[in-house]
Design a binder for this molecule. Structure first.
Ligand SMILES: Nc1ncnc2c1ncn2[C@@H]1O[C@H](COP(=O)(O)OP(=O)(O)OP(=O)(O)O)[C@@H](O)[C@H]1O
Length: 385
């Protein structure tokens, strides 16, 4: 059976990726209890209750302790450093200013919006959902991670913007509509220029969007993923372990099958699936008549298969497309349009699903052998105004 000291020593392997020091040195290990059965309880103190890297700590601690001889199980729980402890930590780190808790430290919920295939309206749903959440009084950011088919700047009316850098050397996201903070690769390259980068370069760009952008306090950060299950989704899953996944599909059974692959990917990388949105769910003619152009029921089928809620069925309406092209989401321009109403329902459903506060959590032991902390490559430099 390991002693407390041996466990503490093993926990030096768990690094806070933002402060770049191990959790023992940072005095974030609140308590260690070793039970005669070989079960070890570890409590870790976070700098902020909404700490986006919480599950990294959870996995890291579980793996580090489980590797010790005689350990039969690990329970990881969390609390938050007191103001005094944070002050001590600040002094220890030799910083006068506030604790650098990461660009996402004040982001309460990260929702990745994905789809199995392109063209199902994932970007339109994202832009309108951002407007709908804003209308519900939430603070919202949109990260356009659809690096090859970025469309958020256009859909949110920010086409020609160039982000600036503030005094803290953070990128300031341009704001759309009622204060929706937006970041997109589209801000950094010439219009219609093909984005040829991939692999590590992409990873760094996304990382910079997450870590070096001054997102500030947000209730929701919506991430518009590229279609499918490629590199970007995997990278983001690694960088955003606490994100949840919102799956957009169309009513056809074919689309639903493809979307399920995305869901499987999300599950594999341990992203929780929040729900399904069925888009292009019938065409509503100007006289209000509904025609099921793409069939019916695909969204519900997918939601049932995944055991998650169908959060909305967004019909095809011309104004949704027109407003996207004009740069004002339909939800903001005409909240009573049937498609806008459906997206507003999705927003309400999402809010209802979202835990409000983060109490002290008790977690199940994690399986061993997982990647604990994502690599933190040196930041790449994006051209800025
Ligand atoms: N409910 C809808 N009613 C009318 N038009 C829609 C609807 N949803 C999406 N569209 C239109 O369909 C086209 C594709 O939508 P969008 O770009 O949002 O899809 P996407 O899944 O994000 O595509 P990609 O994967 O290529 O990024 C756009 O022209 C958009 O305006």
């Amino acid at each position: 059976m390991p002693t407390q000291d041996q466990i503490r020593e093993a926990l030096r392997a768990v690094i806070d990726p933002e402060l770049r020091k191990d959790i023992v040195e940072l005095e974030m290990v609140r308590s260690i209890d070793v039970h005669p059965t070989g079960v070890v309880d570890v409590m870790v103190s976070l700098t902020t209750p909404g700490c986006p890297i919480r599950s990294h700590f959870q996995t890291g601690v579980a793996n580090a302790v489980k590797a010790l001889d005689g350990v039969t199980g690990v329970n990881v729980s969390f609390d938050v450093l007191s103001d005094e402890e944070k002050g001590n930590l600040q002094r220890k780190l030799g910083r006068g200013g506030p604790l650098p808790s990461g660009a996402l430290a004040q982001v309460k919920n990260v929702i990745c919006v994905g789809s199995g295939k392109g063209g199902v309206g994932k970007s339109s749903v994202t832009a309108n959902l951002a407007a709908a959440l804003t209308a519900e009084g939430k603070q919202v950011g949109v990260l356009d991670a659809d690096v090859w088919g970025y469309s958020q700047p256009r859909m949110l009316g920010l086409g020609a913007q160039r982000p600036k850098v503030n005094e803290q050397r953070r990128i300031v996201p341009p704001e759309a509509g009622d204060g929706i903070k937006v970041m997109s690769i589209g801000f950094f390259i010439e219009e219609d220029a093909a984005v040829v980068w991939r692999g590590p370069m992409l990873h760094k760009a996304l990382q910079q969007f997450l870590e070096d952008v001054d997102w500030g306090a947000l209730d929701y950060l919506l991430v518009d993923l590229p279609p499918g299950t490629g590199d970007v989704s995997m990278t983001l899953a690694q960088l955003l372990p606490d994100a949840r996944f919102l799956l957009v599909t169309t009513p056809q059974p074919v689309a639903q099958k493809v979307a399920r692959r995305s869901a499987e990917m999300a599950t594999k990388v341990r992203l929780e699936i929040a729900g399904v949105v069925e888009n292009m769910s019938g065409f509503v003619a100007p006289d209000g008549e509904r025609y099921a152009l793409f069939g019916d029921g695909g969204g519900q089928l997918l939601a049932d298969e995944l055991g998650v809620p169908l959060l909305g069925k967004v019909p095809l309406t011309m104004p949704l497309r027109e407003q996207a092209d004009a740069g004002t989401p339909l939800v903001a321009a005409d909240p009573d349009d049937p498609a806008a109403q459906a997206v507003r329902d999705v927003a309400k459903g999402l809010i209802a699903l979202t835990p409000v506060a983060l109490p002290v959590m008790q977690s199940e032991p994690e399986p061993a052998g997982l990647n604990v902390i994502p690599p933190r490559p040196v930041g790449m430099s994006l051209p800025m105004a």
